[in-house]
Design a protein around this ligand. Structure first.
Ligand SMILES: *Cc1c(COP(=O)(O)O)cnc(C)c1O
Length: 679
């Protein structure tokens, strides 16, 4: 779909005359009004004056949903006992546009930008849903400079591309506007109108949304050629925005990327192919070439609310304007305090201290340091090693790497460089099988043999993520916790992937009802808006470290990243947590779990498939042989889904807001890949 969305600073300021002119000037164009209120009773049923006007001049126009009451769409629909979402409306507009792919659409909103469409959505949501560039019509009158600036800001802050503004006069130039006072004369009004033009030109230059036309009062005289002359510059700008995508630029960008940018876990000189993303919205990723992909990865566990969530965007913007960063050494701030308070109220009871780190890996580094410092402070300096199950993943920095799976942890090259820690068997007892106490035998043996060297056991509770997407029995965690206690070995729960609802519990530790001594949070902590993580510790750990004598560290935790407790991170994370808690996340996860089970079931027992498992909003198909990543990736993109397999794992962890139909698309794509022998 190509075209423009026509919106305005207010109702009755000239959207319709603008769309009408554009429909005449742009070849094959069609005006679509998703919602039209204030329709009239005509001889042959409902009369839609705006549509009639376009048609009478020889243009094409349709109104999709018409209502009699002259009021806001939300009220008109409420009175008609109906309700539409922006996704519904956008779907209809797209369907109509797709019937003539070469014809541009001029979608005309109702009223201004924040006109409500239903209880949750406004016209702005419809614009975001459609993703068309926007034209802003400004009613030329007293007060319009304020209106224009507010409107531009609202549009541009949400990432919409504003092509420009049209200034339109709705009454004769010498008729004074309300607010001019009883003594004002025509000259006063004319001065205002002239200045509006000048001031909007300046605003246009500042904001990159130029003033494209200054339309005088037209009265009843809306002759076709007059309209065409006045609106020619507007049509010209829109026409140039409609030109086919500049493929050459795409190709140049991709070539630059290939030459100069490192991507995760791929060669810098001969990298796997990448796809260029234009923008993201809800659970969709839109590519530069117009293709739209259903996101199955939540950008690696992060984007639980999907993308562009209003509350999160707003929190980030407001905080950026207030205070984007300040050092945390010697200073503190509300965003950090509020976030810490909120986190501590949610995590398992007993965790009382918060260290804000700048990424998941760093929070793991901090956790490891905490554990070692804790043991040192108790005079057990020999306890500077860690015990961890095989199949774990804790990040890519050096300390974190040293506790990742030593074989498939992708870090074997660094064996000589990294401190050597101890590995035990992967928790063998499946989540969905009866608990087998012998699954803890290896842990028990290792702990009793190595207890004088081990500061802590570190593991991912219940779900091992990037190391194998393995779900194990929570009882393992209960018993391991007990075992650690017996030997005063700390337990570090890395909840970076599992935290914030993904497994069906807010934190995976809740499955076992345990409070770890140290806990790491990250990824979904900010809803995927930005980086940021936290390391939490119990009173015992904090006090232990704090009580050390000067020769044992003096009670200071030796860590302090530059961007520690960055206020943008704190504000966004707090908004993300509020958004999650305000949503029916438990029902959503349970629902996604049942859809994943149903959707992936056809993979079970298929040739090439070793296992299919689902827990919470995570679905995994484990294959017998490593998949051809590039080929499979391409296959998925061709089917309109974003799924990133690795090794012998094809897995889904979609945003929690994924609609049923999209989840089914994700599952079908996986099933088809398996059927075709690609996985
Ligand atoms: C992703 C992840 C990390 C590392 O987090 P980064 O933000 O990538 O540094 C650590 N532990 C687990 C369990 C993870 O999933």
């Amino acid at each position: 779909m190509k075209g423009v969305f026509v919106t305005a600073t207010d109702t009755e300021v000239g959207k319709t005359v603008t769309s009408c002119a554009l429909s005449l000037l742009l070849p094959n164009a069609r005006v679509i009004k998703p919602i039209q209120t204030g329709c009239l009773e005509g001889e042959r049923g409902m009369l839609v004056p705006d549509v009639e006007m376009v048609q009478s001049l020889g243009g094409r126009a349709n109104a999709l949903h018409c209502f009699y009451p002259p009021c806001s769409p939300h009220l008109a629909m409420e009175l008609a006992r109906t309700s539409l979402t922006c996704a519904d409306l956008a779907g209809e507009v797209r369907a109509m546009a797709d019937r003539e792919p070469d014809a541009p659409v001029i979608v005309e909103g109702a009223g201004g930008i924040y006109v409500p469409i239903n209880a949750n959505e406004t016209m702005l949501d419809l614009m975001l849903e459609l993703g068309l560039p926007v034209l802003l019509v400004v009613g030329n009158r007293l007060g319009c400079l304020n209106q224009a600036r507010l409107s531009l800001e609202a549009l541009q802050l949400r990432g919409l591309r504003v092509l420009g503004m049209v200034l339109n006069r709705v009454q004769p130039a010498n008729v004074c506007d309300p607010g001019c006072g009883s003594q004002a004369v025509g000259e006063d009004e004319e001065r205002i109108l002239t200045d509006n033009v000048r001031s909007l030109k300046v605003l246009g230059e500042k904001t990159g949304a130029p003033l494209l036309a200054d339309i005088p009062y037209l009265g009843g005289d809306i002759a076709r050629d007059r309209l065409e002359t006045l609106f020619a510059p507007v049509a010209h700008t829109i026409a140039s925005s409609l030109r086919p995508l500049d493929r050459k630029r795409d190709e140049q960008d991709l070539a630059f990327d290939r030459e100069h940018l490192w991507h995760p876990y791929t060669s810098a000189t001969n990298p796997l192919p990448v796809y260029v993303v234009k923008d993201t919205r809800k659970n969709r990723i839109r590519l530069w070439d117009g293709r739209e992909l259903v996101d199955g990865m939540s950008s690696w566990w992060c984007a639980v609310h999907g993308y562009g969530n209003e509350r999160l965007v707003h929190a980030l913007q407001a905080q950026a304007a207030r205070m984007s960063h300040v050092m945390f050494g010697g200073l503190t701030h509300r965003p950090a305090i509020d976030l810490a308070r909120r986190i501590l109220s949610l995590v398992p009871q007993g965790l009382t201290h918060v260290f804000f780190a700048d990424s998941g890996s760093v929070s793991v580094e901090v956790a490891l340091k905490m554990a070692v410092q804790y043991q040192i402070s108790l005079g057990r300096a020999k306890r500077r090693h860690f015990l961890t199950p095989m199949g774990g993943y804790h990040g890519d920095t050096q300390g974190a790497m040293s506790v990742c799976d030593p074989i498939n942890g992708m870090h074997t090259l660094f064996t000589g460089l990294l401190p050597r820690h101890y590995f035990m068997e992967r928790p063998s007892c499946r989540f969905d099988a009866p608990y087998d106490p012998s699954s803890l035998d290896d842990a028990r043996a290792k702990i009793s043999a190595l207890k004088d060297e081990i500061a802590a056991v570190i593991l991912e509770p219940v779900v091992q993520g990037a190391g194998g997407m393995w779900f194990y029995h929570p009882r393992y965690l209960v018993d391991l916790h007990k075992l650690c206690r017996e030997h005063d070995i700390l337990l570090i729960a890395d909840e970076i992937a599992t935290g914030f609802g993904r497994t069906g519990r807010l934190f995976a530790c809740e499955w076992a009802g345990i409070t770890p001594d140290i806990m790491c949070l990250g990824k979904a902590l900010t809803g995927g808006m930005m980086t940021g993580a936290a390391t939490l510790a119990t009173e015992r750990v904090a006090r232990g470290i704090g009580s050390a004598s000067p020769e044992l560290g003096g009670g200071l935790l030796m860590h302090g990243p530059t961007f520690m407790a960055n206020p943008l991170f704190c504000a966004t994370a707090l908004a993300s947590i509020e958004e999650l808690l305000a949503s029916p996340w438990q029902e959503r996860v349970a629902h996604l779990q049942s859809l994943l089970e149903e959707g992936l079931a056809p993979c079970r027992g298929r040739e090439g498939v070793a296992d299919v498992r689902v827990l919470g909003a995570i679905g995994v198909v484990e294959t017998q042989h490593p998949v051809d990543m590039a080929a499979l990736q391409q296959f998925f993109v061709d089917r309109g889904v974003w799924i990133r397999p690795f090794g012998r794992l094809v897995y889904l962890m979609p945003p929690l807001v994924t609609p049923d139909a999209d989840l089914q698309r994700l599952c079908s794509a996986v099933v088809e890949a398996v059927e075709k022998g690609l996985a």
